[in-house]
Design a protein around this ligand. Structure first.
Ligand SMILES: Cc1ncc(COP(=O)(O)O)c(C=O)c1O
Length: 412
């Protein structure tokens, strides 16, 4: 446990930790580096893949697991269980600038994206069958729609693909693809492979002008930069927990507008009932609000960790985290230029996110370089769609960028 931590039991089974407050360290980090064991030995520039989980979140999860795994209902009554996700729902509502009743806690972003695609595919109007997607988006965003084209729907979806290219603005491409025949736009706010960022509010305005719905995956944005369901005016947000939100796998969030939150979800589980512990199997009374999309006894431990991580990120300040990565991104691009590496989008491009920088090289192979960086230099990045993807989170510092730049000159 971190020195100075104090434990407070909020109710049986759930523990809150008062960890050191986040803030800029002497080393330039915004999130204290001692919260992450890997950073003692490795240069970790890979939050967009398996995000590091801060120690206070691990400790909250471990305590929860000990309580509930070892003691079961002795320490988590049915009433406690019915309320166990309330805290993370509230934290998510604040994080997404969305009403508390709009939040559902799910087991994965893929679950939320699949439920929403199934719900929307069955309600497409015959004069608006088109679904706008990005060709290199994360497959969980596109696969449910590809699957929907093979099912029998009154109006089968017609997919309309937009390409994410460095020479053009993806927001403009999405808006150009929207027309009277558009029923849905489903897209990631930040593209996982290129780091391209879209202007979600502008896309939502264009889509709503023609009566289309907008589903946005914020997995590669939330926790790194601000998200506002209210300002963006989208119909649904979906976000996995184990990337920038710094949780463990098995938990994700959705925020749904009032109309989607009142639909009967395509898949319904016992936890979507107004009172799950009522157990009347012959009478389906769904929860009011997005909670009806919650299915089952999910990984509560991951949800407890997610709540703690959101607290930590919020105390560092989400705008401050975005600013931190912006400064690092500019420095990174300058440092790697001499060895021939350049970003997919230039650092000042409004369509470039700062926390994900996809570096390209005219000759080097992304997978080979990524392997050599990890194996020979203990520098962890990802290789995605032809480049190496560098993640810049609040615990990263200028030293990490120098370590990467040095290593790149040797492996290129
Ligand atoms: C944009 C995006 N959405 C969804 C996912 C997957 O989320 P989950 O594993 O929770 O389904 C990823 C994983 O990389 C992602 O980058």
């Amino acid at each position: 446990m971190l020195q100075g931590d104090s434990w407070r039991r909020s109710f049986k089974g759930v523990v809150e930790v008062n960890a050191p407050r986040a803030g800029r360290d002497g080393d330039g980090a915004l999130l204290p580096r001692e919260m992450y064991a890997a950073l003692e030995e490795y240069t970790y520039l890979n939050q967009a893949s398996l995000g590091l989980v801060p120690r206070p979140a691990i400790e909250a999860m471990t305590r929860f697991l000990e309580d509930v795994g070892q003691y079961g209902n002795v320490r988590l009554s049915d009433d406690d269980e019915a309320r166990v996700l309330d805290g993370v729902r509230q934290a998510a509502a604040t994080l997404f600038d969305a009403p508390p009743g709009s939040i559902a806690v799910l087991a994965g972003a893929s679950e939320g994206l699949g439920q929403l695609a199934a719900a929307l595919a069955s309600g497409l109007r015959s004069d608006a069958p088109e679904v706008v997607l990005v060709t290199t988006d994360f497959p969980s965003v596109t696969y449910p729609w590809l699957a929907a084209t093979g099912r029998s729907h009154v109006t089968p979806p017609v997919l309309r693909w937009v390409v994410d290219e460095p020479g053009s603005d993806l927001t403009d491409g999405l808006i150009a693809a929207v027309n009277e025949r558009t029923g849905v736009v489903c897209v990631s706010a930040v593209q996982y492979s290129t780091g391209t960022r879209i202007d979600v509010a502008a896309v939502a305005r264009a889509a709503h002008m023609v009566g289309a719905r907008v589903v946005v995956d914020v997995t590669q944005l939330a926790g790194a930069a601000p998200v506002s369901m209210r300002d963006w005016g989208v119909d649904a947000l979906v976000c996995s927990g184990y990337k920038w939100l710094s949780a463990h796998g098995g938990v994700a969030l959705a925020a749904l507008d009032a109309e989607l939150a009142e639909l009967v979800p395509p898949v319904v589980g016992w936890m979507g009932a107004e009172d799950p512990f009522d157990f009347t199997a012959t009478d389906l009374r769904l929860a009011s609000g997005a909670r009806r999309y919650e299915l089952s006894t999910m990984s509560y431990a991951s949800a407890v960790g997610l709540q703690r991580s959101i607290d930590l990120l919020s105390s560092a300040g989400i705008p401050a985290l975005a600013d931190h990565s912006r400064l690092l991104a500019h420095e990174l691009v300058d440092l790697v230029a001499p060895s021939g590496w350049y970003p997919f989008r230039r650092a000042g491009d409004p369509a470039a996110s700062h926390h994900i920088v996809s570096l390209r090289h005219p000759r080097a192979s992304g997978p080979d370089v990524q392997t050599a960086l990890a194996r020979d230099h203990l520098v962890f990045t990802s290789s995605r769609v032809g480049g190496i993807r560098v993640s810049l989170h609040g615990y990263n510092t200028s030293d990490d960028l120098h370590a990467l730049a040095r290593a790149l000159t040797r492996v290129t």
